[in-house]
Design a protein around this ligand. Structure first.
Ligand SMILES: [Zn+2]
Length: 180
């Protein structure tokens, strides 16, 4: 990290507009966000999910995306916005620092509301893209940095979806149901 004389004296208790503590949380959020978003895309579709994160069909017949999915979208968007700047520039800008704070809030909330599952689970409300059976199963990461995988349990199929493909499948379902 570069020291900037003049600026440092003004904010010697923190980094830019952030306190030291807040800045540490920001670094955690930026590091954790890419790990939790693939989980959030899957979380609304696994068996043990809370009732409130299941796919709900509204009165109009449209399928709403699970809140976990929407949280993943929000976090991805905030990260993308911040990625265009140096971290230190974001906390020295009175508008970008609010984006940083929002990112911290979103990641913290998602982390406490929807902790990552470490056991395999059946996926609900979604059919395998390949064999069209409801046979998808969620497999948690096996080690730190490993990917979440969704696999088809039909022995004749055994298709594998990574979280990106799973996300694509979600959007397809949404569009199909909307079109009906
Ligand atoms: Zn299949």
């Amino acid at each position: 990290m570069k020291d900037r004389p003049g600026k440092k004296d003004k904010h010697n208790k923190g980094v830019g507009y952030m306190s030291k503590e807040e800045f540490e949380q920001l670094k955690w959020a930026i590091d954790y966000a890419p790990k939790i978003t693939p989980w959030l895309r899957v979380a609304g579709y696994i068996k043990s999910a809370d009732a409130d994160i299941r796919v709900q069909i509204s009165r109009s017949g449209h399928v709403n995306l699970p809140p976990t999915w929407l949280a993943a979208e929000t976090i991805t968007g905030l990260l993308k916005e911040l990625s265009e700047y140096e971290l230190e520039d974001t906390v020295n800008d009175d508008q970008l620092v609010e984006v940083c704070r929002q990112l911290i809030r979103e990641v913290k909330t998602a982390h406490s509301r929807w902790p990552m599952e470490d056991h395999p689970h059946q996926v609900k409300f979604m059919r395998c893209l390949a064999c069209e059976l409801e046979t998808l199963k969620y497999y948690p990461p096996k080690f730190v940095g490993d990917e979440i995988v969704v696999k088809c349990a039909n022995p004749a199929c055994l298709a594998v979806l990574d979280s990106k493909m799973f996300g694509f499948a979600t959007l397809l379902i949404k569009q199909q149901r909307k079109a009906q």
